[in-house]
Design a protein around this ligand. Structure first.
Ligand code: AMP
Ligand code: ZN
Length: 112
């Protein structure tokens, strides 16, 4: 499948692998929007969050758990933001489910 994040998960496209389990992988965003901007993906292909089932609790939990672990690893003691852009209106540009972990700067609302 011609999917950028599947290639990254498979190691075909090299990235700094910040955190990894059998199910998930975290790596730096190539265009960071904050001093810490890490992407967390499932190794299996899901086009978006909307393509997961509510019964896939293990996978969904692993993704959030990875975000917590990476946040600790990156020293985000003042907090952080986890974002999942989903579909066209959600601003998703890469069609492989990913969480953005953003930190080390204050983030107001709405995002800018
Ligand atoms: P989204 O807009 O939520 O789909 O986010 C996609 C993210 O992937 C953007 O923040 C991009 O900067 C990031 N991105 C695109 N290509 C790469 C890459 N090769 N390595 C790391 N991050 C990437
Ligand atoms: Zn994929």
């Amino acid at each position: 499948m011609d999917c950028l994040f599947c290639k990254i998960a498979a190691g075909t496209i090299p990235v700094t692998r910040l955190y990894e389990t059998d199910e998930v992988l975290a790596f730096p965003d190539i265009n960071p929007q904050a001093p810490v901007h890490t992407l967390i993906i499932p190794k299996a292909h899901y086009a978006s969050l909307a393509h997961t089932s509510p019964t896939e609790t293990a996978l969904l939990g692993s993704l959030l758990g990875a975000a917590v672990e990476v946040a600790k690893q990156q020293g985000l003691v003042n907090g952080y933001r986890v974002v999942i852009n989903t579909g066209q209106d959600g601003g998703q540009t890469v069609e492989h489910l990913h969480l953005h972990l953003l930190g080390q700067r204050h983030m107001g609302w709405p995002p800018g």
